[in-house]
Design a protein around this ligand. Structure first.
Ligand SMILES: Nc1ncnc2c1ncn2[C@@H]1O[C@H](COP(=O)(O)OP(=O)(O)O)[C@@H](O)[C@H]1O
Ligand SMILES: [Mg+2]
Length: 258
């Protein structure tokens, strides 16, 4: 089941450096929320606080709450490994496991979680590759290395790998920035399909992409260099791009800075 995320008073640190400050927002299930804003304003950091990846960085620390439905991901009894299974992530550079076959890349997360019969694994791998719109391109070479695919195919393989473990939320950090325009469109189409099943949060530096794929858009900014990034506003994407409530958002989307 896709879940709702409710973030309140969230700040994140790298050692003594506060990268983002006092962020509160909600993310609706079965929707796409885009994060936009100038480089360095903390979009990636914030995204990584949503599946407890931030704390893996040395000195990485978080204050505040992230509720997934009603459970705070940062409660002391919550296992971060379970969180990362529930809240999957796709990165900027496609990162298939280089020595693994296409099949094994998709099956990797399942194998970590427990033992499956071969037929079960086959089913999940096919379903996940179909879900990532990649099945038809790879079904005859499942035992070939994932690293032999094109960049766009590799990114869809990473999406297949992420959805194979049935997460409820998918985080994507500039998933198209290393891809050509055709592959980018394929991923954007895919995002439109995946939001029927998952709650999706995507960081993008591409304003047209935010406008095309997202239901809601959040604009982040720095008050000044060296200051922590803050959420400036979040609203329906249509409204952010036509009639934002804050001047800084207007300046950013019209290309006056950033
Ligand atoms: N691994 C890290 N160690 C220390 N500081 C970091 C690290 N990653 C990011 N930062 C700092 O956190 C701030 C936000 O960075 P980031 O989240 O990458 O922004 P964005 O994704 O919006 O470009 C920046 O000041 C950046 O230098
Ligand atoms: Mg980033």
């Amino acid at each position: 089941m896709a879940k709702r995320i409710d973030i309140s008073g969230l700040s994140a640190f790298y050692g003594n450096h506060k990268a983002i400050e006092d962020i509160s927002m909600t993310v609706e299930p079965r929707s796409v929320t885009a994060f936009i804003g100038p480089s360095g304003c903390g979009k990636s950091t914030f995204l990584r606080t949503l599946n407890r990846m931030h704390e893996v960085t040395p000195g990485g620390r978080v204050e505040g709450k992230v509720l997934l439905d009603d459970e705070n991901l940062y409660d002391s009894n919550v296992d971060p490994v379970t969180v990362r299974r529930t809240v999957g992530m796709v990165f900027q550079r496609p990162n298939p496991f280089p020595t693994m076959s296409i099949f094994d890349n998709v099956a990797a997360g399942l194998r970590l979680n427990g033992s499956y019969r071969k037929s079960e694994l086959n089913d999940v791998v096919e379903k996940s590759l179909r879900g990532a719109n990649l099945w038809n391109e790879v079904k005859d070479r499942l035992n070939k290395p994932g690293s032999g695919l094109s960049g766009g195919q590799q990114q869809r393989l990473c999406i297949a790998r992420a959805i194979a473990v049935e997460p409820q939320v998918l985080l994507m950090d500039e998933p198209c920035s290393a891809l050509d325009p055709i592959s980018t469109l394929a991923i954007e189409d895919l995002i439109g399909e995946l939001k029927e099943r998952f709650t999706i949060v995507i960081v993008t530096h591409n304003m047209q992409q935010a406008a095309r794929v997202s239901d809601r858009t959040a604009f982040f900014n720095l008050a000044a260099v060296g200051k922590p990034g803050r959420l400036i506003e979040i609203d329906e994407t249509e409204r952010i791009f036509s009639n934002p409530s804050v001047q800084a958002t207007e300046d950013y989307i019209s290309g006056r800075f950033g």
